[in-house]
Write a protein that binds this ligand. Sequence first.
Ligand code: ZN
Length: 435
Amino acid sequence: MALPHCRHFLLIHLIILSATSLASPQEQETPVTRFQQYLRINTAHPQPDYASAVSFLISQAQSIGLQYRTLEFSPGKPLLLLTWLGSNPSLPSLLFNSHLDSVPAEPSKWLHPPFSAVRTPDGKIFARGAQDDKCIGMQYIEAIRNLKNKNFAPARTIHVSYVPEEEIGGLHGAAKFVHSVDFENLNVGFVLDEGQASPDDEFRVFYADRSPWGLKIKANGPPGHGSRMYDNSAMENLMKSLEVISRFRESQFDVVKAGKAANSEVISVNPVYVKAGVTSDTGFAMNVQPSEAEAGFDLRLPPTANPEEMKRRIAKEWVPAIRNMSYEIIEKGPIRDYTGRPLMTLTNASNSWWLVFEQAITFAGGKLAKPEILSSTTDARYIRQTGIPVLGFSPMSNTPILLHDHNEHLRDTVYLKGIKVYESVISSLSSFMEA
Ligand code: ZN
């Protein structure tokens, strides 16, 4: 007897479901559903769907009357630029940047599929990119939508950029953009780029990134029987380097552990691979000392570090040629601006953009934490290279830091509050006349 009842229930349920799905998109759309739509576009590497993301964002720009254009500095890697013209376009403009791409996700490790943008009953929206950094990309647009609805008219022109390839170094995105005539013509005075979530109720803000270097070291030496003790084997030389590098790492880490500096304020060096050994069909030959050995390191230099001094240390102490060793430093982006100064944006009274930004956060009822150096790296370094001030900021307070992690998510209430924060930031900065 239960069966017909069940069927009846199922039928009603289906009717309700189809009625919902038949409703026009406009009727259903909210800032949160638009955010979910953007999150559902898979822009994760290695094959980011830039075309769909750009066409979605263009439709959003059109719906609020923003000008838009697509630039392409590398084939198949579009950069979208939205513009809200100010009443005084001769003033330096504002640029709000985010990146289109994401890092890959491992679906089997997630509670919900990473491109489903599922919203749980407690308001968590699960998706790759929810924090890094599709949230800000959509919040910029929503804030502008709300300001337009309030008939706000900016004095300064506002640009919003969506760049490709940030997650793989930005060489085919922001790096080319900042060197283009298109960028120069924007006459940018101040930039906001991505930041990071904060587990407490203060917003984090970043005035610099650390500069990443890849370091590969190679050792060569005479091969020999595994039983022999002799000098200058490749492995011996590599191990000596590893010891020296480890001691340097410890000296930096001790400063952090003693509470004298934040993680992002010291030079980090971490081994990422070691390659050596002679192989045969049965695996490594355990009785052969190899003639080559190699190791790779991830180095991060804060803007206060001296890159020349670091290079001297590597050449003299870490990888001395006298031990038959060689090395390669892969510098991933700039470390100084065009005038030779460290890539830092001032966060004191001498930077009036900073003062206006800080005040705008207070107006929105938010609180800023002490400005920090970002441990990792963003496209902001390319813009700082031109001397333009840039702050890294993503308004996510009371939020676990989940960028690049499994189950990346953002709470809907945090997302919506962020829109209000940007309304305050955009209206204050665009009305500020002095800079
Ligand atoms: Zn990011």
